[in-house]
Design a protein around this ligand. Structure first.
Ligand SMILES: [Zn+2]
Length: 217
């Protein structure tokens, strides 16, 4: 952190909110390439590089603008403990998270269900990428079976890619593209947006984000 961090955090959260508003207004996808990320931030505590809960602010904004249900899908390699803490008592928002387990921050057990709106998928490192894709997908199906969202927000971390120094998952850009394409098809006509979370090899982050954005577009 430095003296510019608060301004950056406001702009990052504002980017996520703007993406959600754009999506609702135009029925189209969007990607918020903001820093700092947000999914570890708690109500009154910064955590894990995160100052504000960007995706939750975007979801709440959407709810005040006419959306009835918002689905948040978090494929960052770390559990979105902040997002879960902020939405776990709000049945208008469902949260699906695939993350490495056991791993920092230590939350995200399958037994953490909130008010029935939390769907955690904890998995060990080093599995074949298709296993991560299919297990996340099964949770998305569970969350959206008889519950159609009006907006989908992806907590789009790219530290689940093979080689990332802060995680042990094995995803490649093609897997982010596939998940994005499947989500769009499954929830249509609801729009899907991405909000940047982690990713600690800049060139890999760029490749993963590009694949995700192309699939969003
Ligand atoms: Zn992460």
């Amino acid at each position: 952190m430095n003296s510019a961090s608060w301004e950056a955090a406001l702009r990052s959260a504002g980017g996520a909110v703007a993406a959600a508003e754009h999506a609702l207004e135009h029925g189209a996808g969007a990607f918020a390439a903001g820093r700092p990320p947000g999914h570890h931030a708690l109500t009154d505590t910064a955590m894990g590089f995160c100052l504000l809960g960007n995706v939750v602010l975007a979801a709440r904004s959407a709810l005040t603008r006419g959306a009835g249900r918002v689905l948040i899908v978090d494929w960052d390699v770390h559990h979105g403990n902040g997002t879960q803490a902020l939405v776990e008592r709000d049945p208008r928002i469902r949260f699906v998270s695939l993350h490495q387990w056991p791993w920092w921050p230590g939350t995200g057990a399958e037994s953490e269900r909130g008010v029935g709106n939390i769907f955690n998928v904890p998995r060990p490192p080093g599995l074949e990428p298709d296993v991560y894709v299919e297990d996340l997908w099964a949770a998305v199906i569970s969350a959206t079976d008889d519950w159609a969202p009006d907006l989908v927000i992806i907590s789009a971390g790219f530290d689940a890619m093979a080689g990332d120094p802060l995680g042990g998952f094995t995803l490649e850009p093609e897997h982010y593209a596939e998940l994005t394409t499947r989500l769009r098809a499954a929830v249509a006509p609801a729009p899907v947006i991405g909000v940047l979370e982690g990713g600690y090899i800049p060139s890999r982050l760029a490749d993963g984000a590009a694949a995700h954005i192309l699939a969003l577009a």
